[in-house]
Structure formats: structure tokens, C-alpha cells
Design a protein around this ligand. Structure first.
Ligand SMILES: NC(=O)c1ccc[n+]([C@@H]2O[C@H](COP(=O)([O-])OP(=O)(O)OC[C@H]3O[C@@H](n4cnc5c(N)ncnc54)[C@H](O)[C@@H]3O)[C@@H](O)[C@H]2O)c1
Ligand SMILES: [Zn+2]
Length: 361
């Protein structure tokens, strides 16, 4: 059974994140205990299906919950309206009704897509998240943002739609490819910097255990990250203010990702973006340099990138100028005051940003 429960407080949309080891096999029982005992449709991809769907299916049948599994190919390119269309059709053909629930078993791609389908099929059917990557467990499965990509629109077609429950099984992280784990850790570091200095210290002192995939330590970092995100989302469900601080590292990060044609992964780009934000804060005398040194040190130890090829600075600046985060020639950034505290500013001189990026060799 789950060892930790985190409540996401959203009035009538409140729900629990259940965290523990080897708890996928308890899915049926947990659903039943929450009054969710109708037919379930598991949405997953072939990679995750091979590893984990059998234990979810077995636990559903043991609880007398009828189940059907639908597969979407593995990859960000399948987070599309086309995949959503196929899923709607398969749901309809299988006789899915308003009370049928969707279980999203996979990483952020499956969570976003299955969440979007749950939000829109018959104007909304119950959704349960079963996140299987570190990023999904700490980030994408929390907060109710569901989305697909369409043409050049990345994550811009979607809906806010909260799950009924999230079941976060830490043991699935044992099979995660190293690069996915490292990328997810960039977001974990982000939570510590924006909100929780003691958590940052915990990360600094437990890097070896994280690398060794120690279950207790992984559980602690997922739970603390989920707690930070849940707190922030509870204050600002629809992303009108405070939730913007979750973009720490993402203004420069998105530009780096995009300039590299997505060859630089999201986590690596966010790492570079966090270093840039920290150095900008130091350059503006907002934060003492000891904090940025501390940040760079932990990112490097994890194997995250903290430097930029100088040739790319002009392109990155150009990308940010066309980004919605730029108004009247000023760039919107989330800047740290220290480890554990950030603020949002619309007023950073692009000259300072360019200078800092130029020095990040
Ligand atoms: N909704 C939100 O708030 C939010 C926030 C951040 C990111 N996102 C979205 O999340 C997506 C990225 O998610 P992701 O990083 O989880 O990528 P992903 O879903 O593509 O998963 C990464 C890879 O790991 C595999 N995998 C998943 N679980 C595994 C396991 N336990 N063992 C072995 N392999 C496993 C997947 O099949 C995939 O190949 C993006 O589309 C992004 O836009 C959404
Ligand atoms: Zn991110």
C-alpha cells in the first residue's frame, strides 16, 4: 500500500497522489477504495506495456474491474490530435461510457495525451494517472495540464483536467533509461531552488543514493517534488500567477531546445536555463554568487549541462525575442534571490542576458 499521500487541494477537484514502492499491483484496491469501480481503459505505449501493464491488469481483475488496454506508439510525435482521434474511436467501439475511467500508464507523453482524451471524450470521463518516468511522477502528472501537439503548436491544444487519483509507483524507476532519469532530476533541482532550500541540501547530500537508485531516497525526492508542485498548483490552478515560477530555467531552456532542433533534451536545456537565470541574478546583484556556484556544482555532479557553445548565443537571443515571454523588448524571467526563493520579473535588459549567455562557455 502507498507509504505517502499528498493531497492536491483544489476545492471540489481535490485529489490524492499516492506514492510508494511496488504499488501498481494495488491499483484495483485503491480505485475501489475511492469508489472508482467501473470499467477501466488503460492507455499506454509498447515500452511501458511490456514492463508494467500485466501487474495493473491483474490487480484490476482481482478487484472485479473490467479492463481494456489501448496502445499508442512510443514517442513525442504521437502526442497528437491524430492519436487522440484513434483513441476516441477505439473507446467508442469498445462501448466506453461516461463512467468508464482512463488509466494513463506511462511517462509525460502518455499522461498528457490520455489526459486530453479523458478531458474531451463525452465531455470528460474519469482519469487516473499512473506515471512511470521521474519527470511524470514529479511534474507532468500533477497540476491537471493535459495537451497534444499540433503543427507548430507545442502543448497549446489542451485542457485543464484534474485526475481522480494518481498512483506513483517508485519501483518502476529502476527500468528508466539513465538519460530520462538525469533529465527528470533537472526538474527536481528546479523545485528545490524555487521553493525548498532544505530539499536542495538533501539532494546535495544524497547524490550517490540517487545514482544507485536507492528506493527510499527516490521516494523522498519524488514526494518532496510532488509536494512543491501540488502546493503551487493549489494556489494557482489555471496558471494566472504563482504557477509561473515553475518556469524557472525554462525561458532560456526552451530557446536552447528549439535552437538545437530538439537535439538538446528538455532536462539538459532546463539545466542550462537555470544556470543562466542564476548568473543573471548574480549579474544584477540580486543574488550572491555562492548560490549560483552551489547550483552549478550539483547540476554538474548529476551530469547535467551548465555551459553553452558561444556560437549559439545570437540564435538563442533571437528565439527569446519571438517568444511570448518578451514584451516591449524586455524579457520575462524567473530569477532566484537565493536557493529556495525566486521571483518573476518582466524587466530584464536583454543586454544583460546576452552578456551572461556569452560568458557561459
Ligand atoms: N502536463 C504537464 O504539466 C507537463 C509538464 C512537463 C512535461 N510535460 C510533457 O511530458 C512529456 C515528456 O514526458 P517524459 O519525459 O516522461 O517522456 P516520455 O513519456 O516520452 O517517456 C520517456 C521514455 O521513457 C519510456 N518509459 C516510460 N516509463 C518507463 C519506465 N518505467 N521504464 C523504462 N522506460 C520507460 C517511454 O516509453 C519513453 O520512451 C512532454 O510531452 C512534455 O510536454 C507535461
Ligand atoms: Zn520542464
Amino acid at each position: 500500500m502507498p507509504t505517502r499521500k499528498i493531497e492536491v487541494r483544489l476545492g471540489p477537484n481535490s485529489y490524492n497522489i499516492n506514492i510508494g514502492s511496488d504499488i501498481l499491483g494495488q491499483t484495483g484496491k485503491m480505485l475501489q477504495a475511492s469508489g472508482l469501480s467501473n470499467k477501466a481503459v488503460i492507455v499506454t505505449n509498447p515500452t511501458v506495456r511490456k514492463l508494467y501493464s500485466a501487474r495493473v491488469q491483474a490487480s484490476l481483475s482481482a478487484s472485479g474491474i473490467k479492463e481494456l488496454t489501448l496502445e499508442v506508439p512510443d514517442g513525442e510525435q504521437y502526442k497528437s490530435l491524430e492519436s487522440a482521434g484513434k483513441l476516441y474511436q477505439q473507446l467508442a467501439e469498445s462501448g466506453a461510457e461516461r463512467s468508464t475511467m482512463i488509466l494513463a500508464l506511462g511517462g509525460g507523453v502518455i499522461g498528457d495525451l490520455a489526459g486530453f482524451v479523458a478531458a474531451t471524450y463525452m465531455r470528460g470521463i474519469p482519469l487516473v494517472q499512473l506515471p512511470t518516468t521521474l519527470l511524470a511522477q514529479c511534474d507532468s502528472s500533477i497540476g491537471g495540464k493535459t495537451a497534444v501537439n499540433h503543427g507548430n503548436l507545442k502543448n497549446e491544444i489542451g485542457a485543464f483536467y484534474q485526475p481522480k487519483m494518481t498512483i506513483t509507483d517508485i519501483s518502476v524507476l529502476q527500468t528508466l533509461p539513465q538519460a530520462e532519469l538525469t533529465g527528470g532530476l533537472a526538474e527536481v533541482i528546479k523545485y528545490a531552488v524555487i521553493w525548498d532550500e532544505p530539499f536542495f541540501t538533501y539532494l546535495e547530500t544524497h547524490l550517490e543514493e540517487i545514482e544507485a537508485l536507492n528506493g527510499d531516497v527516490l521516494e523522498t525526492i519524488v514526494a518532496r517534488s510532488a509536494h512543491v508542485k501540488a502546493e503551487i498548483v493549489s494556489c494557482d490552478e489555471k496558471d494566472m500567477g504563482l504557477r509561473n515560477i515553475l518556469n524557472f530555467g525554462h525561458t532560456v531552456g526552451h530557446a536552447v531546445e528549439s535552437v538545437s532542433n530538439f537535439q538538446v533534451t528538455h532536462g539538459q536545456a532546463v539545466s542550462i536555463g537555470m544556470v543562466a537565470a542564476a548568473k543573471i541574478a548574480v549579474a544584477l546583484d540580486i543574488m550572491p554568487a555562492i548560490h549560483s556556484t552551489r547550483l552549478i556544482k550539483i547540476l554538474e555532479k548529476i551530469g547535467l549541462n551548465t555551459t553553452l557553445p558561444p556560437a549559439e548565443v545570437k540564435d538563442i537571443m533571437q528565439k527569446m525575442r519571438f517568444d511570448k515571454k518578451v514584451t516591449h523588448g524586455k524579457i520575462r524571467l524567473v530569477l532566484p534571490r537565493s536557493i529556495g526563493q525566486v521571483f518573476i520579473t518582466d524587466d530584464v535588459d536583454p543586454g544583460v542576458v546576452e552578456k551572461v549567455l556569452g560568458e557561459m562557455k
